[in-house]
Design a protein around this ligand. Sequence first.
Ligand SMILES: [Zn+2]
Length: 187
Amino acid sequence: MNKCERCGSNNTKVHLTMDEGTMHLCMDCYNQLLSEELEVDLEPLIESFSLKDYQGISRTFIVERRLDPLGIFLEAVENIDFGYKFAVYGDLNDNQFVLLNKLIEKVGKGIGKQQVERKVFPNGQPYNTIIDGQFTGLIEYDETADGTPLIIIDGKPYKWGEVGKMLMAYEGFQIKLKMVEVTDDVE
Ligand SMILES: [Zn+2]
């Protein structure tokens, strides 16, 4: 693992390719470098925040900011594996506190609504059901599967086969699938 070439941190996340070659940097040093380059101030944002989900359970999110030459990317990643993740994108000269509020609002909206419910058949076997016939999920890599994804719904990972079983309650229906960038809003 490469160390950050500026501060020596082990938390190298960015590989920046420039004329002089590739630089390995931690996110802080990368943002610092771009803020100088692009003449954009890095506003002091909170590092994490917690909000209650649809069950009233507190969920904690780590805020990560990434500048790029075209804009500012803000991400809220839940502090557990395969948890919730939300992101927003703004212009370089957008107010970063406003952008952060937009992100927090998006998190609140996203975790405030339950989409999949666990029920039990009369014979005692549990099953999952899609509430209102629709859900928004996040596609992630499933290292235990052979090329099929893991879908994160309600901040929980579901295997592709589990999603398939949920769909069987709608046998005979049409299905509409649409890919939406993580920074966009799902209609
Ligand atoms: Zn660094």
